[in-house]
Design a protein around this ligand. Structure first.
Ligand SMILES: [Fe+2]
Length: 515
């Protein structure tokens, strides 16, 4: 039985509880005294444009507790410089770290030059943050020869060391695309290396503490300090397998929990304050241009999705279903929601970029398994929403957007796929190329499982869930390459890195080839 959909009033109440209203005005303390170093969570930048960037930090002298700053608002100065020593300042200003936002600061710096590297830092009470490096995007239409993007997801703190991020920094990407499970709300999996310091969060205070613990990891801080990030979320930023207003446990107060989790996510990531909408929506989806070379379309497939089809009795969330699940095939079901689908249709139609990169959370190509009971589908991914996938494929075809490349995560495995005009139908043309990246640490499927998926899906050219890491993508004018970078182990903090496979996509020829 599906519970009735929440009324507008119930939603409004949940959002008021979580405090999405505009921040109050405070008189900020200009010269605070800190009991401990206040920049313990590092710095970050994100959402680069041709003339601006979002800079982030959060003052937290007691990062694993309540932050340690009480109810005082604190003045924070910020600087953007051409050089690492901050001798040649490009822009500077002040911001207010407010208690209602966990003393997080989101600076939307503007007036910068396109396609330039910059250094940035924050100053408060005589303390300076570590310096971060960032860069602006090339100007719209600028002829750009290449861009290097690292694709990452799924960093369970307990399951291993986040060493992959250290190697990602050494690979020097110009952008990091993080596609979800930035935190995990819950403890699961085998052979933990370290512990979440609180149980599964449900309140704003608890989600803040979970984010802060992840943010204390030096390798994660280094990855943020090395390049601007584009981020979207998946389910574990809130709770496993949630869909819009419904958690898998069908808890009646799920929307309150979701609002708390959304707010803590905003407070810890370098995203624009304008993502917070008055009605409680957090508008993460959007387009990010990189000159004439690439448009990156960041999607959100959690916040607006239809509930998963045919859940187990008395539960929400995912299931693995066979042909008897008719709900999966209902034409109106959407993974992105109607508004995001319309936006993506027109954004793709308007794009003149050489590469059109869809940055989303999960495996796009069909990955069902053919069994004696018929073809089995996992309902949490695109396979649970086949008509929504068909609409996106229609949109790619009708827009004529050049060279679509789909990036994903979520499934803790590398999948490299040709995406056909009709999902899984090899007799229809290949219209896009897909790189679904493995997890930074979270445990993945064994080879038996991925081999079974490959055997049922010849459009999947590579599948491996046994290794952890990230994908390094180089987009050039004529060719894009993807290196599947994997760490030797997540059980040692100093593990090495290697490339288990490399693939290429030629401009004008959709589909992946070994490189
Ligand atoms: Fe995950």
């Amino acid at each position: 039985m599906r519970p009735p959909r929440r009324s507008f009033l119930a939603r409004a109440f949940a959002l008021a509880v979580a405090g999405f209203a505009a921040p109050r005005t405070f008189t900020a303390i200009a010269s605070p005294r800190f009991r401990a170093p206040p920049f313990a969570l590092g710095v970050a930048s994100g959402s680069p444009t041709a003339d601006g960037i979002v800079l982030w930090t959060r003052l937290a002298p007691d990062p694993l507790g309540d932050g340690g700053l009480g109810d005082e608002a604190i003045e924070v100065r910020w600087e953007i410089a051409h050089d690492e020593r901050f001798a040649r300042i490009a822009r500077r200003g002040t911001a207010t770290a407010e208690p209602g936002r966990a003393h997080a600061v989101h600076v939307e710096a503007a007036g910068l030059e396109p396609a330039r590297a910059y250094f940035y830092r924050f100053l408060a009470g005589g303390e300076a943050s570590p310096a971060g490096r960032t860069r602006t995007a090339p100007a719209a239409g600028a002829d750009v020869a290449r861009v290097r993007i690292a694709l990452a997801s799924c960093q369970h703190y307990e399951q291993g060391w986040i060493t992959a991020h250290r190697h990602l920094v050494a690979d020097a990407p110009e952008l990091v695309a993080f596609v979800g499970d930035y935190i995990y709300e819950s403890r699961w999996g085998r052979a933990h290396m370290r512990k979440h310091h609180i149980t599964a969060p449900k309140t704003l205070a608890a989600y803040r503490r979970r984010h802060a613990q992840y943010k204390t990891d030096p390798d994660l801080q280094a990855a943020h300090a090395a390049a601007p990030w584009l981020v979207t979320w998946d389910d574990h930023e809130v709770a496993n397998d949630y869909a819009d207003d419904r958690g898998q446990d069908l808890a009646p107060d799920f929307l309150e929990r979701r609002a708390a989790a959304y707010r803590a996510f905003f407070e810890h990531l370098p995203i624009r304050p304008s993502v917070l909408r008055p009605d409680g929506e957090v508008r993460l989806y959007g387009a990010h241009g990189w000159g004439s070379l690439a448009n990156l379309f960041v999607l959100d497939d959690r916040q607006y999705r239809a509930h998963q089809a045919c859940p187990r009795a008395g539960r929400g969330g995912s299931n693995t279903v066979g042909p008897s699940c008719e709900e999966r095939e209902a034409p109106g079901r959407s993974l992105l929601g109607a508004a995001q689908e319309r936006w993506l249709d027109s954004a793709l139609a308007d794009s003149r970029a050489r590469w059109n990169v869809i940055v989303q959370q999960t495996l796009f190509a069909t990955a069902g398994r053919d069994t004696a009971q018929g073809r089995l589908h996992w309902t949490d991914g695109w396979d649970g929403y086949p008509h929504a996938r068909a609409r996106l494929l229609d949109s790619l075809a009708s827009s004529k957007a050049a060279n679509p490349v789909i990036l994903g995560g979520d499934v803790h495995a590398n999948y490299v796929c040709d995406v056909h005009r009709e999902a899984g139908r090899l007799d229809t043309p290949v219209v896009a190329s897909e790189f679904c990246g493995t997890s930074i640490t979270a445990q993945g499927p064994d080879s038996k499982r991925t081999n079974a998926v490959r055997e049922s899906n010849p459009h999947i050219h590579f599948a491996d869930g046994t290794r952890r890491g990230y994908v390094l993508l180089d987009f050039g004018r004529e060719i894009a390459t993807a290196k599947l970078r994997v760490v030797d182990t997540v059980k040692e903090p100093d593990a090495g890195i290697s490339t288990i496979a490399s693939f290429a996509v030629e401009s004008g020829r959709p589909g992946v080839k070994p490189a």
